[in-house]
Design a protein around this ligand. Structure first.
Ligand SMILES: Cc1ncc(COP(=O)(O)O)c(C=O)c1O
Length: 418
């Protein structure tokens, strides 16, 4: 026996995943993008419309964003050099943090290599202290929406809580959250409630206002209160009148807000905004901040440029266009006979297919027609609720949306969906 036998186990494991039909490693390869106002991807030399990107505002191809990246690389170099507490922060990192804090109306912000890394740090540190003689009591109840993102689940897992210390509330059900909080009064020093702002499978926007009200009514019933952490990776820059995401749509604020620069801001990296006390503590305690590089200076420069665009008149125009495109898509798809898996008010538009094979066939047929979409099946979505997830962008043209609908109708009819 040798390590060869372990490699054989890995091969069998991959084969089992392939047999289940849930393999993810055979991604399409995008060779390049055209320079059109709606940039088209070149896949196998063929032009393809992208209908499954998180680049809701089209900023990853924006000239000012690419310039922001180039200028910052020229000024600071291609990489961060070291983690910030060792070699110092680059001014572009601090400028970006200040801009993010101001954008979200908070005291301060902290950037990480990704939103995933942000959630690992934020959740672990708000649940547990880092030091042996930490003052942060771990007598905390963690309550998570049942359909939260994997990075939230892993952040909670890191804290290694006992079964009784963590629980879920029913998906988007504030009254169930209230039941959980009521049941645990007197048993914990504090409670930490964590949720996605926008749930990416169906484009649902969390009922933050009701959740906020319940949390506030229980704050005084726990000795150290109740804290609301929201990860709005898909909301920020994609919904809300000025792109402030779920907080703006619902009119309610998180205590600690996590975001990403890798979706609507068209760059990369994650961040958290909160009051100064929370951020000071996180800078001292977050392992993925202290022991891992920040984003490259170019990426920070790109994100700063994106934020400036979102805050200005151009950003407002992009958000208006995004809204218009989303409405056009919904109306045209409904008229073509398609059903949606949810009535989403977000650029994520889930088309209900209800059969994994048919959903796969529609995705394949659409790619042949020149449109890239994503099909989702169990266990990512509920069994029997197989869907095609479409993501609308501000840069889609009316013509490309209408031609998408025509192609979808043609393929759906040929594979027995319509
Ligand atoms: C809710 C949520 N949080 C975090 C992430 C991860 O973001 P990042 O790519 O910046 O790690 C995603 C992306 O899929 C997400 O949907």
């Amino acid at each position: 026996m040798s390590r060869q036998s372990f490699y054989d186990v890995l091969t069998s494991e991959v084969a089992a995943i392939d047999d289940l039909g849930t393999s993810k490693r055979h991604e399409v390869v995008i060779e390049s993008f055209t320079k059109d106002p709606e940039p088209l991807a070149l896949i196998n030399g063929k032009k393809v419309h992208i209908f499954n990107s998180n680049d809701y505002l089209g900023l990853r191809h924006h000239a000012a964003v690419k310039k922001g990246e180039k200028d910052a690389s020229e000024q600071y170099g291609a990489g961060p050099g070291a983690v910030r507490f060792i070699s110092g922060s680059l001014a572009v990192h601090r400028d970006l943090e200040q801009k993010l804090a101001q954008f979200h109306g908070r005291d301060d912000a902290m950037i990480f290599s990704s939103a995933f890394a942000t959630n690992l740090a934020v959740l672990f540190c708000l649940i547990k202290g880092q030091r042996k003689d930490t003052l942060v009591a771990s007598n905390v109840l963690v309550v998570s929406d049942a359909l939260n993102h994997r990075s939230i689940i892993d952040g909670i897992r890191l804290a290694n809580l006992g079964k009784e210390e963590k629980t879920i509330f029913k998906h988007m059900d504030p009254s169930d959250l209230e039941r959980v909080l009521q049941e645990h009064v007197g048993k914990f020093a504090r409670a930490l409630i964590v949720t996605d702002g926008v749930f990416s499978m169906l484009g649902e926007i969390q009922r933050l206002k009701e959740i906020r009200a319940i949390i506030d009514s229980y704050d005084s019933k726990y000795p150290e209160g109740v804290l609301l952490v929201v990860d709005d990776a898909h909301g920020i820059g994609a919904c809300g009148k000025t792109g402030r995401g779920t907080e703006e749509v619902t009119g309610a604020k998180a205590d600690v807000l996590v975001g990403t620069m890798g979706k609507a801001f068209g760059a990369d990296g994650g961040y958290v905004v909160a009051n100064q006390k929370v951020i000071d503590y996180l800078r001292e305690a977050s392992a993925t901040y202290i022991y891992s590089n920040s984003i490259s200076p170019g990426t920070a420069g790109a994100a700063l440029a994106s934020l400036n665009i979102v805050e200005g008149t151009e950003g407002q125009a992009l958000l208006t266009n995004l809204e218009k495109n989303k409405t056009l898509f919904k109306t045209a798809m409904t008229a073509a006979g398609f059903t949606f898996a949810a009535d989403s008010n977000h650029p994520i538009q889930p088309i209900l297919i209800g059969d994994a094979k048919k959903a796969g066939a529609l995705t394949k047929g659409l790619l042949q027609e020149g449109y890239l979409v994503t099909n989702l099946s169990y266990p990512v979505v509920t069994a029997g609720r197989d869907e095609i997830r479409v993501q609308i962008s501000a840069t889609h043209t009316e013509e490309s949306i209408r031609s998408f609908v025509t192609a979808a109708k043609k393929v759906a009819t040929s594979v027995g969906i319509l």
